[in-house]
Ligand binder design. Structure first.
Ligand SMILES: [Fe+2]
Length: 208
């Protein structure tokens, strides 16, 4: 069995003095023996139950907002797996985990492998400076974190975000993927590149 599993976990997101309730999508990618976990959000035990007795090759963080990384150390320790994060996320990571560092740096162009699948790392800043998306070309699937959602770009109203930068990332790195590419997001419904691409100018006009 090779493929993608989806777990939804619930908790809070805090930044700039506010706290909001959120549901997060956790994606488990691989086969019956080894997996990559994308975004260890809120409940290490829920994610661990879904992983079962498989090897966790890495806990991959699309970015370091606390809702996406608040279970990363617990999950990584439970499975002896490294935590991977783009270095530009350090200021956000340290807000949640001041005494622990990620184990390895994600970089644009990296290829992460598990169970015969390949995740190509795309550095797509804007929602945060080190936000990354993960593209699996054989499956035609993109894991977009909080960079692209069903209905538009990720939020850019808070610290460390830039609307112009996220638009450039989406235009140059994501909308250039095949239109059939399925997009699995960090929150809410999945979408596709072809469904979102026609709306770029609307997003620019509304500015969010
Ligand atoms: Fe986020």
């Amino acid at each position: 069995m090779t493929g993608i599993e989806h777990v939804v976990t619930s908790g809070t997101f805090s930044l700039d003095g506010g706290t909001w309730e959120v549901d997060n999508n956790v994606w488990i990618v691989g086969d019956s023996s080894e997996v990559l976990v994308i975004d260890a959000a809120h409940s290490a035990s829920t994610i661990a139950d879904a992983v079962g007795d498989r090897r966790v090759v890495a806990v991959v963080c699309t970015h370091a907002h606390d809702d996406h990384v608040n279970s990363a150390p617990a999950l990584a320790d439970r499975f002896g797996a490294p935590i991977l994060l783009h270095p530009a996320e350090a200021p956000l990571w340290e807000m949640t985990w001041p005494d622990r560092r990620p184990d390895r740096e994600l970089a644009d162009g990296d290829v992460l492998r598990a169970g015969g699948l390949e995740l190509h790392v795309l550095h797509t800043p804007g929602h945060s400076p080190g936000s990354c998306c993960l593209y699996e070309p054989a499956l035609g699937v993109l894991f977009s974190g909080d960079t692209l959602f069903h209905g538009g770009p990720g939020a850019t109203g808070r610290s460390f975000s830039s609307f112009d930068t996220i638009i450039s990332s989406i235009r140059e790195r994501l909308l250039t993927l095949p239109g059939t590419t399925e997009v699995h997001t960090g929150h809410g419904d999945s979408t596709s590149i072809g469904a979102e691409a026609p709306h770029l100018e609307e997003w620019i006009a509304r500015g969010s």
